[in-house]
Design a protein. Structure first.
Length: 84
């Protein structure tokens, strides 16, 4: 596929955190502290965030772009606009 993503159900009973590193690595995990602070200092991160109930995140495997919840939903809505 072209994309890989993660989402939470509407209950969000097990929140997830995501991290994108400057080397192109993206990590999604339900555990805090999975990346060793000594190996991954704050300047190693491009972005990081938390998935809440009903939220999603994806990565474009061809470009490495991290796509967050609102942007994913906007892109999907623009592909099939109801007005057309």
């Amino acid at each position: 596929g072209k994309y890989m993503g993660a989402s939470l159900d509407r209950n969000g009973l097990r929140p997830a955190r995501y991290f994108q590193l400057k080397d192109g690595t993206t990590v999604v995990s339900s555990e805090v502290g999975i990346l060793d602070k000594e190996k991954f200092s704050p300047d190693c991160y491009l972005s990081k965030g938390r998935l809440g109930p009903g939220k999603m995140v994806a990565i474009d495997l061809s470009t490495g772009e991290l796509i967050e919840n609102d942007d994913i939903k906007m892109r999907m809505a623009q592909k099939r606009p109801y007005a057309d």
